[in-house]
Design a protein around this ligand. Sequence first.
Ligand code: SAH
Length: 220
Amino acid sequence: MTMEHLHKLTHSNAKASNMILELQQKGIHHEALLQLMLSIPRHDFVEPAFSHLAYSATPLPIGKNQTISQPLTVAQMTQWLLQYARLGRVLEVGTGSGYQTCILSHFFNKVHTIERQQSLFEKSQKRLSSMGIQNVEFLHGDGHLGWPTSLSVDAIIVTAMANKVPLALTDCLKEKGILIMPLDQPEPMIGCWQKCNDQWKRLDDTPAQFVPMLEGLVRD
Ligand code: SAH
């Protein structure tokens, strides 16, 4: 390892430890989640020009006008899943950099993830496979339409903001399954719901901003 590599490593380790302390102060208490977020090289998931800010409490560019959510948002959404969902099969919409996907892959048996932007889809697929992650299925698709083959999932997590829950997407969610999704109405917030007799029972929510959930595919 070169001095430069070594410097980068220790540097980001200190920053990662600070990030974990901040998360604990903001109410993230799940030990295994904190340990995992300490160990994942978040600087590898953002645009290189912003890697020095990778552990800061801010969303950052990941290319194609999209952003990786700030650490607290990722941690909060994941902590709800760990608290409420059966950790079997999860469907994610908005793969983006693959950072949230990477976290999900450590806790769930199987992850299905959808991204509409082709270059992000390809990049995150390569990134996770180079990390040795094998329990994720990637799809270049529009999350509004759900997964193309029949699927039954314990949880759905959407990491882009819509104005309503897309029905075709949530069809595959099991009874008592958990949906975590940002909605911009009545005001921007992330909600955590449970599917109960075809109704949504709200379990939790928190204010948040997200990039919008858009229609259709982008090939680039
Ligand atoms: N969770 C990601 C950040 C997501 S940013 C991470 O950890 O990096 C939101 C992502 O959702 C973007 O990559 C955007 O292209 C994608 N997206 C927006 N609308 C979508 C849709 N309808 N279907 C699939 N992906 C969508």
